[in-house]
Design a protein around this ligand. Structure first.
Ligand SMILES: Nc1nc2c(c(=O)[nH]1)N[C@H]1C(S)=C(S)[C@@H](COP(=O)(O)OP(=O)(O)OC[C@H]3O[C@@H](n4cnc5c(=O)[nH]c(N)nc54)[C@H](O)[C@@H]3O)O[C@H]1N2
Ligand SMILES: Nc1nc2c(c(=O)[nH]1)N[C@H]1C(S)=C(S)[C@@H](COP(=O)(O)OP(=O)(O)OC[C@H]3O[C@@H](n4cnc5c(=O)[nH]c(N)nc54)[C@H](O)[C@@H]3O)O[C@H]1N2
Ligand SMILES: [Mo]
Length: 772
């Protein structure tokens, strides 16, 4: 037996000196230190730019440095001095580049020229923008004439409201609703669950609620890595003595303790703030059972209180006036069995009773969550269970309380607001029809999973990617990579090279665009763009840096040029005027969505953003029955039923602290103590003993699925880790080859990336090699 070479437990807090050191390293590697430091001062400021990393709210009264380690990394990564220009592409074939790791591909730097792929030389070659748009337009028109549903318009959640509005409009005039979005792999479970529960598709919490809350319940979100600025809000709450109760299979450091790197005193004295006051290592997919257990304990305590003549612990007035289905839900909870709840959650009844006691003591509770809830078979139900829990004590629609999904990409929520959706019923088609004089398509388009299925079946002819790394982010990687080149046209609008761009249709383009931090000059002058954050506040963002190359075009311009070349019939859309002056796109957004975007151009610089109206915040329920709705869960486990086979484990695919989705910044997952490699599998001692697997051993993983696809990956180093037995952890996107496409959340179709049924398999050959 040998130890893992790549694991050493991390003892420090989140933030602190580690984050300063980590940043200095990136600043040096990516160049431009001084310029970038000046630019960082503008990050997330009312007159500055919105961070390109996470979607967490931007306060109206920002800190002098309103950024975090990972936000600053994202800035350095975009403003790098490295370039992947025509010389680079002349030297490397796509076949060669397919062997490079994700990190190496993006580390080549910013794309500089529009490129067309030449299948004969197996290389990207420079092309003029004019030729590129003309050919893309011809190809798209030909496909449209055959069947407009054969084209997919994907968007990753970074593009601005302006670009997104134009992109969605282009797809609809083209003739389809094939507008899958990264949200389909992410918070779509939220977008399906919350309208049914509370009548809005988004969270109800605003930043100031964190100042008024009495308790925070935190499910399946890794704040220290994925939304570190939120640690400021949590730290302040903790210092007020607010309990923070976390449910997560892993003991994530950011959820445990934090040293604010922006506080000189904390840095000098090394003082830390506890974040979680209670920490429950729930099993993957165990949250439905955990929440049922909390509710059960609450009911037991309530019965005792009432019997003793004390006040009830439930908010009966709220339940009767505002909700539907409470008695069915309470009956369900009462009839649930503690043994079953313990088995499915992996938590004891004592632990769940402790959490319930904290819940019962607090007048105002916020429920926060992330991918740990949404990326499961019953992801939609799990989100609704959290709403159920909040309903019991009237914790929606009052100050200091509410539900808080922490969104992913910096404008992913906003893209949905302005029409990027495969679901036409969510878009004001009548308005679009009146404004632009066309017949909008009414058939539901492809979600991400549906688009993948159609690509695998050979039913898609063209794929346009507005940002992102679709092929690397989706499940079923091997089938997808085989099917992808069979498309006629693939176009990627991007800032950096990634693996998805190395698999190409017969005609393929790589179109480089400005990043959000860069100055965007158009005919009317320097432009600003807008986005919506996780708390539904809408902000302007102004670029400050010199563009990476003089050949870059802005995203609105690229979308407009493709639209003009493809849709000669769209004579009522002023594409060119919009590009000349983005404020005119904002006027169009306002005309289309007057309730949300009233006075848009005037309000976009409001410090902290201007809020989107949210009926649920005022206890108005825009649901079918006009009530907030309880749900009775269909099962206690949110995961796929893996049967009784003990060797089938639930694989949780994880993000490290050194990546943004498929963008790998480096190989240091500092808080988890994993360094130098991403090919690890985190395993519990009991599972290792049962399967006779040693720490540091190199193993394979195979998916347990009753279909005919053999999904296997080799070369994972086992790290003996504090993770519930029956669960293993490994990194996304490396593991996506193991996720069956059909293994997604019911209703929302979010790939079930947090519990893939796998077997960990010994690799005899590899072991012998290690021993030798
Ligand atoms: N630096 C950085 N920031 C990011 C991103 C990034 O990659 N890097 N990605 C952005 C995007 S697009 C998104 S969507 C968000 C993602 O941010 P998160 O929502 O935090 O997503 P993950 O890191 O995938 O997983 C969240 C946590 O869920 C836990 N978990 C897994 N399974 C379960 C379960 O069954 N129950 C519970 N209770 N917990 C579980 C995991 O241990 C992990 O801590 O972050 C955004 N911000
Ligand atoms: N197994 C597993 N799979 C997952 C997840 C998981 O937790 N586990 N998470 C899912 C989630 S939550 C998400 S959101 C998806 C992410 O899926 P995507 O959003 O498709 O992927 P990203 O990795 O964010 O995309 C990175 C690329 O975006 C491009 N880019 C960066 N900035 C810009 C810009 O300003 N403009 C343009 N045009 N391009 C830009 C760069 O070329 C970069 O290579 O992955 C999903 N897949
Ligand atoms: Mo996401």
């Amino acid at each position: 037996m040998r130890d893992s070479d790549h694991y050493e437990p991390y003892e420090g807090p989140a933030g602190g000196w580690g984050s300063v050191q980590s940043l200095t390293k990136y600043a040096l590697e990516e160049g431009h230190v001084l310029q970038n430091s000046a630019i960082l001062a503008k990050q997330n400021k009312p007159d500055g730019f919105a961070c390109v990393s996470c979607a967490w709210a931007k306060p109206a009264d920002p800190h002098p440095a309103e950024f975090c380690e990972n936000g600053a990394k994202a800035t350095f990564w975009e403003l790098t001095t490295k370039r992947a220009g025509p010389d680079f592409f002349a030297q490397h074939t796509a076949t060669e580049l397919q062997t490079w790791p994700d990190y190496d591909l993006e580390a080549t730097g910013r794309l500089t020229h529009p490129m067309r792929f030449n299948h004969e030389t197996d290389r990207y070659e420079p092309v003029s923008w004019g030729k590129a748009f003309a050919e893309i337009g011809r190809e798209l028109s030909a496909i449209r004439a055959d069947d407009p549903k054969k084209t997919v318009f994907y968007a990753s959640g970074r593009a601005s409201l302006e670009t997104s509005y134009m992109y969605g409009l282009m797809a609809r005039i083209y003739g389809n609703n094939n507008l899958p979005d990264s949200s389909n792999m992410c918070h779509e479970s939220t977008s399906v669950a919350l309208p049914k529960s509370i009548g809005v598709p988004v969270g109800t919490v605003r930043l100031d609620d964190f100042e008024k809350t009495d308790a925070i319940f935190f499910f399946g979100q890794n704040v220290g890595s994925n939304s570190p600025r939120m640690l400021h809000d949590l730290q302040k709450a903790s210092k007020r003595g607010v309990p923070i109760v976390s449910f997560n299979p892993l003991r994530e450091r950011g959820l445990e303790r934090f040293t604010n790197p922006q506080s000189p005193i904390e840095m000098a004295t090394g003082s830390e703030t506890r974040i979680s006051s209670e920490y429950y290592q729930v099993k993957a997919g165990g949250d439905i059972a955990a929440i049922t257990g909390i509710c059960k304990a609450l009911l037991e305590m309530d019965a005792q209180a009432v019997e003793a003549g004390r006040q009830s612990l439930l908010d009966h007035a709220f339940l009767s006036e505002h909700t539907h289905g409470s008695s069915e839900f309470l009956d369900y909870v009462k009839s649930s069995d503690w043994d079953e709840l313990e088995r499915h959650s992996g938590l004891t009844s004592e632990a769940l009773t402790r959490a319930a006691t904290t819940y019962a003591k607090a007048e105002r509770v916020i429920g926060v969550y992330g991918m740990g809830l949404t990326q499961h078979k019953l992801g939609v139900t799990t989100v609704r269970m959290l709403a159920n829990l909040l309903f019991l004590r009237g914790n929606i629609g009052k100050d200091g309380a509410g539900i808080c999904p922490v969104r992913g990409h910096s404008n992913v929520q906003g893209q949905r607001t302005v029409g990027i959706s495969e679901k036409p019923e969510l878009v004001p088609l009548d308005k679009l029809k009146a404004l632009y004089h066309f017949e909008p398509p009414t058939e539901t388009g492809y979600s991400t999973v549906d688009a993948c299925g159609a690509i695998i079946r050979g039913e898609v002819s063209a794929f346009i990617g507005l940002g992102g790394n679709f092929l690397r982010a989706v499940p079923e990687r091997e089938l997808m990579e085989q099917a992808w080149p069979k498309m006629r046209l693939t176009v990627q609008i991007a800032t950096k090279l990634n693996r998805g761009q190395l698999f190409n249709g017969e005609v393929a383009y790589l179109l480089p665009c400005l990043g959000r931090i860069e100055i965007d000059e158009q005919a009317s002058g320097t432009q600003v763009v807008t986005m919506e954050d996780s708390t539904s506040c809408i902000h302007a963002s102004r670029g400050f840096a010199k563009p990476a190359s003089e050949h870059l075009l802005s995203e609105p311009r690229i979308v407009a040029e493709i639209a003009k070349a493809t849709l000669p019939d769209a004579i009522h859309v002023p594409w060119s005027d919009w590009v000349d002056d983005y404020s005119k796109v904002r006027d169009a957004i306002e005309d289309t969505y007057p309730e949300i975007f009233e006075n848009f151009n005037a309000r976009m610089f409001t410090p902290g953003g201007f809020p989107k109206p949210l009926a649920a915040r005022h206890r108005e329920w825009n649901t079918e029955n006009g009530k907030a709705n309880f749900v009775v869960p269909e099962a206690l486990s949110a995961s796929f039923q893996t049967g009784t086979e003990p060797d089938v484990l639930r694989l949780i695919t994880l993000r490290s602290n050194d990546q943004f989705n498929t963008t790998v910044y480096g190989y240091s997952d500092r808080f988890r103590g994993i360094n130098g490699t991403r090919m690890v599998v985190l395993m519990n001692t009991l599972d290792m003993e049962r399967l006779d697997i040693q720490n540091g051993e190199i193993v394979a993983m195979e998916t347990k699925a009753n279909d005919h696809v053999h999904r296997r990956m080799e070369g994972f180093e086992v790290v003996n880790y504090n993770i519930p037995s029956g669960c293993v952890g490994a990194y996304y996107p490396e593991c996506n080859a193991l996720i069956p496409l059909w293994q997604h959340a019911d209703e929302s179709k979010v790939p079930a990336a947090k519990s893939v049924p796998v077997r960990v398999v010994k690799m005899q050959a590899a072991m012998d090699q290690t021993a030798a």
